[in-house]
Write a protein that binds this ligand. Structure first.
Ligand code: DX5
Length: 226
């Protein structure tokens, strides 16, 4: 069982896009640990979202780290722009990288933390040979492209596999899950080994507000690991 603290990484996908800077501040004030930008190119996934300039415009307003989740077909062309925009962590999809080891190495050389995401059908063994260079592995618990989808509970076995792989490395690697994460699903994901929880809808739709949602998800996840 992971002894790493549970971290909450909100997706800004459900945020008010007309006030993204204010929304980032609201998230920081609500106690999130980092902010995840779901970058979509309309090809790797059917949706289209944030360019680097949008992210850069929000960077100075908050102190929490930014992570760019690149759901794009050509990450090698874009990685440097999201690092320059102020993203400390850059997540590329294993499925979008012909030379994943080289792409991750490039992210490190650009001064950011290299991270890799796995779609639901992609096996954990796909990242076996890059565990020495990643700082984060993201196990998608929905098929990427949109917020508000149902959590895929069969991904918990993959989370456990990745947790075991991380254990073997002895390295400090984040295990992140993304998609359908909320108070009812976070406990099982955390018990399986996840320590960074990406949530969008569950945070923004909580009638008691963002701070309540952040605190609730964190506490039920931590309780599930005791
Ligand atoms: C899918 C997105 C979503 C988003 C979170 O491509 O990555 O998973 O971040 O969505 P919710 O928390 O609303 O399921």
């Amino acid at each position: 069982m992971s002894s790493r603290p549970i971290q909450i990484a909100p997706s800004v996908l459900p945020a008010d896009f007309s006030r993204l800077g204010d929304e980032c501040k609201r998230l920081e004030d609500a106690g999130v640990d980092r902010i995840q930008w779901d970058v979509m190119d309309g090809v790797f996934v059917p949706n289209l979202t944030f360019g680097p300039d949008v992210i850069h415009s929000c960077r100075a307003g908050v102190d929490v780290p930014f992570e760019a989740h690149l759901m794009v077909v050509n990450p090698d062309e874009l990685v440097h722009r999201y690092v320059e925009a102020g993203c400390e962590i850059v997540i590329v999809h294993a499925e979008a990288c012909t030379h994943l080891h080289r792409t991750l190495t490039n992210i490190r050389e650009l001064g950011a933390s290299p991270a890799v995401a796995l779609n639901p059908a992609t096996p954990s063994t796909s990242v076996r040979h890059v565990m020495d260079i990643v700082d984060l592995v993201l196990v998608m618990t929905v098929n990427p492209g949109f917020g508000g989808q149902a959590y895929i509970s069969t991904m918990e076995s993959k989370v456990a596999e990745v947790a075991a792989m991380i254990e073997l490395t002895g390295r400090d690697i984040d295990l992140e899950v993304d998609g359908g994460i909320g108070p009812s699903t976070a406990p099982a994901a955390a018990a399986a080994g996840a320590d960074v929880l990406v949530a969008g809808s569950a945070l923004f739709r909580d009638p008691k507000g963002l701070a309540h949602a952040v605190s609730e998800i964190r506490s039920v996840a931590e309780a599930a690991r005791r």
